[in-house]
Unconditional design. Sequence first.
Length: 227
Amino acid sequence: MDALLNAISNFSTNPIAILDSSISFSQYTPLDLSIANTELKGYDITDYRSCQSYIDLILERHRATVAYGGYLEKRNLYTQTASFTSNGVPIRNIHLGIDYWCKAGTKVLAPIKGTIHSFKNNKSIGDYGPTIILEHQMQHFTFYSLYGHLSKESIDGLAIGDSFKKGEVLAKLGTPDINVNYAPHLHFQLIRDMEGNKGDYPGVCSLERLSYYSQNCPNPNILLKIT
């Protein structure tokens, strides 16, 4: 583990809430949306209604409120999105963040203090919809966190440089019509180098680019420690 990851990992020994703090960690349950999950064969997860049906099944099965997972997960979720495929064949299908699937309108919290780096409504089908990126300083390091699939209101009135404290409400989850055709959830991603991007950064990569992106986008659970 390099120096930045050590700093992030050592920030807290306890889990850090990323959604409404009234939801206890005992109400979180893992979710597998990978191509290896045979239970998904009965669902068209590219359709948000079918995907939501499977999520609801998992939540009910485990008596949970939040279903989470997906870091470096290879998925079929993007096969109907042109920007992720070539002639119908997936070219980007490896997920670079962790998704937290929960009801639209759920509060999203800043896990650590940060300032607004950029924000944007990424409206293309299959994209993030309203998106916020925070910039963080930790020891002598700078890194970023991305929050995708938010409500439109989440980016209203924001300004570059606005600051948020740890635990402060940053945004709320959007509905499928706003988060561009996904079941309601938060896409949370850590990023070392924004590479000049503003309000957006790839959240899914190809196998050929996995070595780079897995290094530039480390596992968010190094910070959150939600298991």
